[in-house]
Ligand binder design. Structure first.
Ligand code: G3I
Length: 487
C-alpha cells in the first residue's frame, strides 16, 4: 500500500474534467444512503431533490418525438420565447398570452413545473417599448411585470424577473439600456412589483457570462445580489444561463461561483445550459456543469436550452443532449451519470417553495475567508501495492478553505494497469466529512472514509482519477491522511 501526501496550492486546471474533480460541497450534508439510479434526467435529479428542465418552443407541441422526450426526461419547462415582453405585450397595454398559455398549460397538465422567462429585459422588447425612456418607460416596464406576473400567478415555480442587466467585459457595471436609463433602481423596482403580483413564485436575476468567479461581470452581479439581500429587496434566486462553447468554456471554478452566490442566501439555478461541441469532450463539459451544481446544496435545478440539437438557437454547434433524431448523445449519458452519482452526497436544500420564505440555511462565514491557521503536516509518501498488475498512488491536494471547513481532493494515479481502486481517508479528531463528490463513500468508522470509484475504476498506467470532500474541521486543520489500494 502506498500513502502519499503533498501540499499544493489551488488546482489550476481549466478543463471540464478538472471542474468535475474540484466541484465543491458548499454548505450541507453528510452522505446519505445510496438511492437506486434514476433512468431519466428528471428521476436522477429528483434523487438529490433537484428539478431537471428544458426550454421548449410552442412549435414543439406539434412534434410528438419532442413532446415524448419532454414527457420522459424533464419536469420543469421554460418557454423559449413565448413569455418574453414582445410576445406578451405586442401593443402597449394589450396583452397576448395565447402562446405562453399553450406552453404553461401543457406543462401543468403533464405534471411539470414552469420557469417564467422573462419579465424585464433590454432585448426582445416590443417595438413600442424600444424607443421609450424615462418615467413613461419605467411605468410601462412595471406595468408589464405586474400584468404578466399576475396573469401567471400561482403557476410559476421561478420567474426570471430581470434578464441580462450587466455589461460584458471588465467593468462589472450595469449594461447600458433604455431600462437602465430610467434609474439604477429599476431592477429592484421590478423585483418588488413581481413579488407583489405573485408572492408564491421565486424571483430570480438571470444572466450569462457570470459563471467564472474571477470575471468582473460575475462580481458585479454578486455585489448587486449581496446588496439586495442586505436591504431586503425580494430576490430568491440567481439564474446562470450557462451557454458555453470553445471560446467560453466551462470554468474550473464554477462550483466556487455557485457556492458563493448560494452563501448570500439565494438559490442558484442553471437556467439555459447548452455547450457547443460533440462526443466525449462535450460530454465531459456537461458532466462538469452538473457536478458543480450538484456540489452546492442550494443549486436546486438545471435547465437545458432546448431538447434536440436541430431546434437549438445555435443548432450548428450541436449544443444539446439529444441529436436531431432524438437520440441520446454522450452528453446525455454523462449528465445522467453525474446526476445519479450525486444521490449519496449533496441534496438540494431550496430556500422554500414560496418565494417569500427565508432561506433555510445561512452561511456563518463568508466563503472567501481564509483560515487563521495553516496545516502543519508535511507531505509523506508510501507506494501502493497493487495486488494486480499495477499499483496506485493517492495524492492529497488542498482545496478551498473557510473558517469552519476545508476541501480536499484526492488524485489516484495508476502505476501500471489496474482494474479498480479503493482509497482510505483518515481524519483527525474532531474532523468530520460533511460532503463528498466524484466517488462512492462508505464509513468503517466516524474518522475513516473508504472511497470507491463511480463505475468500474479501471485505470491504465499513468492515468488518474479524482474525488473530493469537505471536512468540517472543528479547529483541527491537520490534513487527512490518504492511501489507496489497487486491484
Ligand atoms: O418566429 C419568427 C419567424 O416568424 C421569423 O420568420 C424569423 C425570422 O428571423 O424569426 C422568428 O423569430 C425568432 C425567434 O427566435 C423564434 O425562432 C427570432 O428572429 C430570433 O431572434 C429568436 O431568437 C431567440 C433569442 O433568444 C432572441 O434573443 C432564440 O430563439 C432564443 O433561444 C434566445 O434565448 C435567449 C434567452 O432568452 C436569454 N439568454 C440567451 C438565449 C440565447 O440567445
Amino acid at each position: 500500500m502506498t500513502i502519499t501526501r503533498h501540499r499544493r496550492r489551488r488546482a489550476r486546471a481549466v478543463s471540464a474534467v478538472a471542474v468535475a474533480a474540484m466541484a465543491v460541497g458548499m454548505a450541507v450534508p453528510l452522505a446519505l444512503p445510496a438511492a437506486a439510479a434514476g433512468s431519466t434526467l428528471q428521476a436522477a435529479a429528483a434523487e438529490s431533490n433537484r428539478y431537471y428542465g428544458a426550454a421548449m418552443a410552442g412549435s414543439y407541441l406539434n412534434n410528438s418525438q419532442i413532446t415524448g422526450i419532454l414527457q420522459r426526461e424533464f419536469n420543469m419547462i421554460t418557454a423559449e420565447n413565448e413569455m418574453k415582453m414582445d410576445a406578451t405585450e405586442p401593443n402597449q397595454n394589450q396583452f397576448n398570452y395565447t402562446n405562453g398559455d399553450r406552453i404553461v398549460n401543457w406543462a401543468l397538465q403533464n405534471g411539470k413545473q414552469v420557469r417564467g422567462h422573462a419579465l424585464a429585459w433590454h432585448s426582445q422588447q416590443p417595438g413600442w417599448m424600444q424607443n421609450m425612456s424615462g418615467q413613461s418607460l419605467r411605468n410601462a416596464m412595471l406595468n408589464h411585470v405586474t400584468q404578466v406576473a399576475t396573469h401567471y400567478k400561482g403557476k410559476i415555480h421561478s420567474w426570471d424577473v430581470v434578464n441580462e442587466a450587466f455589461a460584458d467585459g471588465n467593468s462589472g457595471a450595469r449594461r447600458n439600456s433604455n431600462l437602465q436609463g430610467t434609474g439604477g433602481d429599476w431592477i429592484e423596482a421590478a423585483f418588488r412589483a413581481a413579488r407583489a403580483a405573485d408572492p408564491g413564485a421565486k424571483l430570480c436575476y438571470n444572466d450569462y457570462n457570470t459563471d467564472d468567479w474571477s470575471h468582473a461581470k460575475t462580481q458585479g452581479v454578486y455585489n448587486m445580489v449581496k446588496d439586495f439581500k442586505a436591504r431586503g429587496v425580494p430576490i430568491d434566486c440567481v439564474g446562470f444561463q450557462a451557454h458555453f462553447n470553445s471560446g467560453n468554456p466551462v470554468p474550473s471554478n464554477y462550483h466556487t461561483t455557485l457556492g458563493n452566490f448560494a452563501a448570500l442566501g439565494v438559490d442558484v439555478q442553471i437556467t439555459e445550459l447548452d455547450i457547443e461541441g460533440s462526443g466525449t469532450s462535450q460530454a465531459e463539459q456537461f458532466r462538469g456543469v452538473h457536478q458543480a451544481c450538484l456540489s452546492v446544496a442550494r443549486c436546486t435545478g438545471i435547465t437545458v436550452w432546448g431538447v434536440r440539437d436541430s431546434e437549438s438557437w445555435r443548432s450548428s454547434g450541436t449544443p444539446l443532449l439529444f441529436d436531431g433524431s432524438g437520440n441520446k448523445k454522450a452528453a446525455y449519458n454523462y449528465s445522467l451519470d453525474a446526476l445519479n452519482q450525486a444521490s449519496g452526497t449533496v441534496r438540494a436544500t431550496p430556500g422554500g417553495q414560496n418565494g417569500g420564505q427565508q432561506p433555510t440555511q445561512q452561511p456563518t462565514q463568508q466563503p472567501t475567508q481564509q483560515p487563521t491557521q495553516q496545516p502543519t503536516q508535511q507531505p509523506t509518501q508510501d507506494p501502493g501495492n497493487g495486488g494486480g498488475t499495477g499499483s496506485c498512488t493517492a495524492t492529497y491536494s488542498e482545496g478551498e478553505k473557510w473558517n469552519d471547513r476545508f476541501n480536499g481532493v484526492v488524485t489516484i494515479r495508476a502505476n501500471g494497469n489496474i482494474r479498480s481502486w479503493t482509497s482510505t481517508v483518515t481524519l483527525q479528531n474532531p474532523q468530520r466529512i460533511i460532503a463528498t463528490w466524484s466517488g462512492s463513500p462508505t464509513w468503517p468508522s466516524a474518522n475513516v472514509m473508504v472511497m470507491r470509484p463511480n463505475g468500474g475504476g479501471a485505470l491504465s498506467n499513468g492515468q488518474t482519477a479524482s474525488f473530493g470532500f469537505t471536512v468540517q474541521h472543528g479547529g483541527n486543520w491537520t490534513w487527512p491522511s490518504v492511501s489507496c489500494a489497487a486491484s
